[in-house]
Design a protein around this ligand. Structure first.
Ligand code: 1CP
Length: 346
């Protein structure tokens, strides 16, 4: 059965615009919160194949979406490398003692993720795609070294500037391990993979090649060596003009953050990669002129090129479910009006 997300990722512009959302499974859904409360520890939740499968499929039961994204987290990689990872309620991730760990990769710690993928694939409708993912080496390194989320990345950058060789070895290790992790996800059944570089916007221009492009390119090359036809999406959030440099990573699709000018992306990126995303997740909290404007600009700018509708970052927990329904409805109405226009002009 044709899967519109994968067809679009191969460069085909279809009349149906594929739609999925970052953090489409998450705290804005009551059915997610219900399962979430069963677990004290977020990683126990991620590593429970049946719960992970259930929440992965939840948004597809509610909304007319074209893909599921595996429910897991990018921080399972530091965990598989031997670092203690926990999630503190209302505060976020906490990772212990980067200096004291040996960094030894144990992929068997990730086997519940592959089990979850098997379960999801058994239940996922055949016309929908399953997206697997990992964090990019820079973003993972920031969590490992800071021990938590950060605004300044002070510890990570100081480490990188003062111990350049060690930092570059860490990025290389993370790239190899992440490639292995994606390959195992593909073996287990994911159809598409995505590399999240959520904090790439904090990298200084002079270091962009070394900290972002090169490690990401290693992941892309390693995965493509074994699975050349599996589409790879990249998300270099917040990098401005460096979105164009990011093409050098060899990814097949790029997610736009809300600040990327749409026409600039059309003119400078769309000939090389499939474009995806862009909608401000915060405008989704509202209804009215700004929400409509942002949806319509995305749809109208990318009418002639392969484009996948998505946000420019994840849904926040306060997102009203009706607004998600509204966005999808607006996209499907746009498709209908395009079809009518086409049939009138023949
Ligand atoms: O208690 C909860 O319910 C925690 C909220 C939550 C959720 C729903 C976390 C903790 N992770 C997730 C799932 C998750 N994380 C997915 C699953 C699928 C989906 O999108 O529906 C994915 C792809 C991620 C990836 C992830 N985790 C990223 C990259 C994407 C992004 O949002 O930028 C990052 C940076 C993380 C780290 C993370 N995980 C969770 C928190 C609170 C954080 C920290 C974010 C920060 O530092 O600001």
């Amino acid at each position: 059965m044709p899967k519109v997300l994968e067809q679009t990722l191969k460069g085909d512009r279809k009349s149906r615009i594929p739609v999925w959302f970052m953090r489409q499974a998450g705290r804005y859904l009551p059915e997610y919160r219900k399962i979430r409360q069963k677990y004290d520890h977020f990683l126990d939740f991620c590593f429970s194949p049946r719960s992970a499968c259930e929440v992965t499929l939840q948004p597809l039961k509610r909304f007319d979406l074209d893909a599921a994204i595996l429910f897991s987290d990018i921080l399972v990689i530091p965990y598989a490398l031997g670092q203690t990872v926990s999630f503190i309620k209302d505060k976020g991730p906490l990772l212990k003692n980067f200096n004291e760990i040996q960094l030894k990769y144990n992929p068997s710690k990730l086997s519940p993720v592959f089990e979850a993928i098997h379960l999801i694939k058994d239940q996922l409708p055949k016309n929908k795609s399953l997206i697997g993912f990992c964090g990019a080496p820079w973003t993972i390194a920031t969590y490992m070294i800071e021990g938590q989320g950060s605004k300044t990345y002070q510890k990570t950058k100081s480490f990188a500037y003062l111990h350049a060789q060690e930092f570059s070895a860490l990025l290389e290790l993370l790239a190899q391990v992440s490639a292995d992790y994606l390959i195992r996800q593909i073996e287990a059944g994911v159809d598409v993979v995505k590399i999240f570089d959520s904090w790439a916007g904090a990298v200084p221009a002079e270091c962009f090649d070394e900290w972002v492009i090169q490690p990401t390119r290693i992941i892309v090359n390693e995965v493509k060596k074994i699975y050349p036809y599996i589409p790879i999406m990249g998300f270099p959030k917040g990098v401005g003009l460096f979105y164009q440099d990011y093409l050098k990573t060899g990814v097949d699709a790029i997610t736009l953050d809300p600040s990327v000018p749409r026409l600039w992306a059309l003119e400078n990126l769309s000939q090389h990669v499939v474009l995806q995303g862009g909608l401000d997740p915060i405008v989704v909290l509202t209804r009215g002129k700004y929400l409509d404007q942002q949806i319509d600009t995305l749809l109208n700018t990318f009418t002639t090129v392969p484009y996948i509708f998505n946000l420019g970052h994840g849904f926040v927990p306060e997102t009203p479910i009706e607004n998600v329904e509204y966005i999808i409805h607006r996209i499907r109405s746009f498709e209908k009006s395009c079809e009518q226009l086409l049939s009138c002009s023949i």
